[in-house]
Design a protein around this ligand. Structure first.
Ligand code: KG4
Ligand code: ZN
Length: 341
C-alpha cells in the first residue's frame, strides 16, 4: 500500500491541494489560480486572496482526493505551508489542515514554502540526490543554496532588495502587461534582441553570492519614463529581452560561481522564475560547456503548487517531525528557521 500525503498550499494567490504517494509520485495536483481576480489591481491584494482561499480550499481538497481516487481516511499525513507568505492566506490553509487532522486524528506537518520549491525537483527527478546547488527564484525569493545532503540547507546568497520575480512583475506592470509580468516578458523576449538596451548589473564581483535587482528596476523605469517624455514608442520585444537578459546574466553568474566554489556537478533551479525559457536555455548551454548537470521541474511544478508541499511534508514526517495544534503562520519564515516540532 502506498503511503499517502495530502499537501495544502495557500501562501499567495494559488489555492492548491495534492495527493502524493510515498513522497515522490503525484496522484493529483489541483491548482485554483486567482490570477484573474488580481489582474485588475496589477498585483496580489492580500485580503482578496485570503477571502478566495477560504471559499475554495475545501472544494480544491475534494477535487484533489477525487482525481487521486482516494478517500480522506486513506491519507496518512497532512502537510501544509506555514510560511513564508501572506499571513491571511497561510492561516486559511493551516486552519483547513488542522480541522481535517483533528477530525480524522491524523498527523499534521508544517512545511516551509521554499523547501517545497526545492522538493519540486525531487518530484520531477526522483533519482536526484544531493549534493547540489539550488537557485530558488520566485515572486518573493531569490535564494542561492548549497544542499550537501537531504534536509540540510546552507544559504550562500539571497537578494538584498527585490526578488527576481518581483522585478519582472513590477516592470511588466509599468509596461502595461497583464499580471504577472514574468511570463509575459518571457514571451515577448523570444522575439527581441537582448543587446538592444544596456541595463546595469549589480554585485558582479566574486566576493558575494548576493543579488540586487533594485538598480536594474530603477534603470528600466527611467528608460520607460524617458521614452514617454520623448513620446517615443518602446519596442517591447527588445526591451523585454534586454531586461530579462540582465536578470538571467546575474542569476547565472552566481549559480555557476557557487557550483565552482563548492565543487559540485549538479545545479538545480526552482520557483516561478525557473519556468523562464530564456533562463532555462542559457543555463542549459552553460551547463553543457562546463560539464554540469542542470535540472529543473516542468513549469507546473515551478510555480506554486501543493504537490511540492506534500512531498516535502512527507519526508519531514518520515524523518519523525510532527506539529501539534500550536502550528501557526510564519509569514517571514526563512529556510532553516525550524520552528516546527
Ligand atoms: O513560485 P511562484 O509561483 O510564487 C512565489 O512563491 O512567489 O512564483 C511566481 C513568480 C511571479 O513573479 C512570476 O512573474 C514569475 O514567478 N514567473 C516567471 C515566469 N513564470 C512565472 N518569471 C519569468 N518567466 C516566467 N516564465
Ligand atoms: Zn512559491
Amino acid at each position: 500500500m502506498p503511503r499517502l500525503a495530502l499537501g495544502i498550499e495557500t501562501s499567495c494567490d494559488e489555492t492548491a491541494a495534492a495527493v502524493i504517494a510515498d513522497g515522490k509520485v503525484i496522484l493529483s495536483n489541483v491548482i485554483a489560480s486567482q490570477i484573474e481576480l488580481h489582474q485588475k489591481f496589477g498585483g496580489v491584494v492580500p485580503e482578496i486572496a485570503s477571502r478566495k482561499h477560504i471559499e475554495v480550499v475545501y472544494p480544491v481538497i475534494d477535487q484533489a482526493l477525487k482525481e487521486a481516487n482516494v478517500r480522506l481516511q486513506d491519507i496518512e499525513v497532512i502537510a501544509v505551508t506555514c510560511g513564508p507568505g501572506l499571513v491571511g492566506g497561510l492561516l486559511v490553509g493551516i486552519a483547513a489542515a488542522k480541522a481535517l487532522a483533528y477530525a480524522l486524528k491524523k498527523p499534521i506537518v508544517g512545511v516551509n514554502h521554499i523547501e517545497g520549491h526545492i522538493y519540486a525537483n525531487f518530484l520531477a527527478h526522483p533519482t536526484l540526490v544531493p549534493p547540489f546547488i539550488c537557485l530558488t527564484v520566485s515572486g518573493g525569493h531569490t535564494d542561492l543554496l548549497y544542499i550537501p545532503k537531504f534536509g540540510h540547507y546552507e544559504i550562500l546568497g539571497r537578494t538584498r532588495d527585490d526578488a527576481a520575480g518581483e522585478a519582472f512583475d513590477k516592470i511588466g506592470r509599468v509596461l502595461g502587461l497583464p499580471y504577472p509580468g514574468g511570463p509575459q516578458i518571457d514571451r515577448l523576449a523570444r522575439q527581441g534582441n537582448r543587446s538592444a538596451v544596456i541595463f546595469p548589473r549589480a554585485l558582479t564581483g566574486n566576493d558575494t553570492y548576493d543579488f540586487s535587482f533594485s538598480g536594474l528596476k530603477t534603470a528600466a523605469l527611467n528608460r520607460i519614463n524617458q521614452a514617454h517624455q520623448a513620446e517615443e514608442e518602446i519596442h517591447l520585444p527588445d526591451f523585454a529581452a534586454s531586461f530579462q537578459w540582465a536578470i538571467i546574466d546575474a542569476l547565472t553568474q552566481k549559480l555557476l560561481l557557487a557550483a565552482k566554489d563548492k565543487a559540485v556537478k549538479q545545479i538545480i533551479i526552482s520557483g516561478g522564475v525557473a519556468a523562464n525559457q530564456g533562463l532555462r536555455d542559457h543555463l542549459t548551454k552553460q551547463a553543457e560547456l562546463l560539464g554540469l548537470t542542470l535540472l529543473y521541474p516542468p513549469p507546473v511544478l515551478c510555480t506554486d503548487n501543493a504537490a511540492m508541499i506534500g512531498s516535502a511534508g512527507y519526508f519531514r514526517y518520515i524523518s519523525g517531525k510532527r506539529n501539534d495544534w500550536t502550528l501557526n503562520a510564519k509569514p517571514g519564515m526563512q529556510l532553516g528557521d525550524d520552528l516546527l516540532v
